[in-house]
Design a protein. Structure first.
Length: 506
């Protein structure tokens, strides 16, 4: 195989696999990494293959045992690499940005280490490693190219992430993200809208605006209403049916954003608003710049403007110094806010964060007991909120791979406008339904984590997104399922590394 170091293109089709950990920003970055590799001549490894020629780990650094998990996975590849001449392993993402040379020292069989700021260099670094026959470690200290300007291989034909900013200006004591992804940098509104319009032209009908602190958009230019303006402008793109965003911060959640959500028809009435704690004392220790009253005030305003809004959140249990009284304040907020879903996390030390060095680390048994009480309360509330949906008629965007038991139950799944997961009985074979199409169904049953529509489908609306899915899948095998935007309202909480509370929800 020959190659050009400058272009990074390869003459022989080599296969690749990307393993992604962490938040939605990592998912977005992995789509860009896939696009870069395919532009350089690589092909995606089929699921049935025994292995790929290039395996890329896009890592997360927010969990205490993130490095152990990485090195365990890397260790499993040692015999495969020995048996597969020319195989390469690359490690990128937040853990790579943090640990740098340590990765190659602990796992000398790794070929490439790259950071969060230079993902565009991956094909070139792989080729340099192959030619030099030694590991290439390249960690940029600042953003070289905004990820959204790079090629992309999207997992979904009908829904897409659109990053509007990278980095974060907050200093939460439990979060290492600002140190790894840098200060916030915003994209120009025209560039964002141009990307949305291009996605719609490809068949996408749902976009999720993405940022580490998405509603702080505009901080670069000092415009506190920039995000609300962007929501309205995005909502005005012809052919775009659903607009979502994640993750906002209560500090920057202004009334104009609520107005934009309520007044723009295709901006969904669904909000993921991280709480983290209901205790003012703990919020102060976390360096969260709001207090309980401010948070509940936002929830009240959202519900006043959009009574049907589904609100989800992230909560950390057992932050250093948390007392039983502090925890009771969290339970109070959960009862008042009546979240459709809460993604709950037991606090664990994030290496490199101020909280990891704080006094008052809570014993594991205490954290576990509080966690179980919180989960039980939220489960009760989620079920009660879902029961309110029974009898409602919903238009559901048909998804691919959302329902793990769909094959066994002969059902299909999709997302309601408020992002609740809905399982429904497929219509007759004479009325085909594709991922990306819309179906109208009546909810007949509610569980804590999903809704059922067991009766006949009331209507099917073929869409351009369904056409796009069909085109993609007649040309290539169907991709793995992908979530439609925000964390699933009414789905079991994902692992901490996979949920938003791990990274971009702060």
């Amino acid at each position: 195989m020959s190659s050009s170091d400058r272009s990074g293109t390869v003459d022989v089709k080599r296969s690749y696999e990307i393993r992604t950990y962490g938040c939605q920003m990592n998912v977005h970055d992995s789509e860009r990494l896939a696009g870069l590799l395919e532009a350089a001549g690589y092909v995606r490894a089929a699921e049935a293959d025994d292995g790929a020629d290039v395996v890329v780990f896009n890592t997360c650094a927010v969990r205490e045992n993130a490095d152990n998990r990485l090195y365990g996975n890397l260790g499993q590849l040692v015999p495969k690499k020995a048996a597969r001449p020319g195989m390469q392993i690359a490690v990128g993402g937040c853990l790579a940005q943090k640990d740098r040379d340590t990765i190659v020292k602990r796992a000398p069989w790794v070929d490439v280490v790259f950071g969060t700021h230079n993902i565009g260099q991956l094909p070139v670094l792989l080729e340099r490693a192959r030619i030099a026959d030694e590991a290439q470690v390249e960690i940029a200290e600042s953003l070289e190219t905004f990820p959204s300007t790079l090629p992309s291989r999207r997992e979904s034909a009908y829904a897409a992430w659109v990053a509007i900013s990278v980095g974060c200006n907050n200093t939460c004591t439990f979060c290492i993200v600002p140190a790894l992804r840098g200060k916030e940098k915003d994209r120009r509104p025209g560039d964002i809208l141009a990307e949305v319009e291009a996605l719609v032209a490809e068949g996408v009908i749902e976009v999720t605006l993405l940022g580490q602190n998405v509603n702080a958009y505009g901080s670069d230019i000092g415009d506190r209403e920039a995000f609300g303006k962007l929501l309205r402008a995005t909502g005005g793109v012809e052919g775009l049916e659903r607009v979502r965003f994640t993750s906002p911060h209560p500090r920057d959640f202004t009334d104009d954003v609520i107005a934009a959500m309520a007044e723009t028809p295709n901006v969904m009435h669904q909000l993921h608003m991280p709480l983290q704690s209901g205790s003012d004392r703990v919020l102060k220790a976390m360096r969260r710049s709001y207090r309980q009253d401010r948070y509940l005030g936002i929830i009240d305003k959202v519900r006043a403007a959009m009574p049907d809004a589904a609100i989800t959140t992230d909560i950390i249990v057992g932050f250093p110094g948390e007392t039983e009284e502090d925890f009771e304040q969290t339970l109070h907020v959960v009862r008042e806010a009546r979240f459709a879903q809460a993604f709950t996390f037991q606090y664990s030390k994030r290496p490199g964060t101020p909280a990891a060095e704080m006094d008052g680390q809570i014993p594991k048994a205490v954290v576990q007991e509080r966690y179980e009480r919180l989960v039980a309360l939220q489960e009760e509330i989620s079920w009660a909120e879902n029961k309110k949906q029974v009898g409602r008629t919903l238009e559901v965007l048909v998804a691919e791979g959302e329902g793990r038991k769909d094959d066994a139950t002969h059902r299909l799944s999709g997302r309601a406008p408020d992002n609740r997961l809905v399982h429904f009985t497929p219509p007759a074979a004479s009325t085909p339904v594709r991922p990306g199409d819309m179906v109208t169904v009546e909810v007949t049953y509610a569980a804590p984590h999903h809704l059922l529509a067991e009766g006949p489908v009331l209507g099917v609306r073929p869409t351009r997104a369904g056409d796009a899915w069909e085109r993609r899948n007649t040309a290539a095998p169907a991709p793995k399922g992908v979530m439609l935007g925000l964390p699933a309202v009414g789905a079991p909480a994902p692992s901490p590394e996979a949920a938003m509370g791990g990274c971009s929800a702060h």
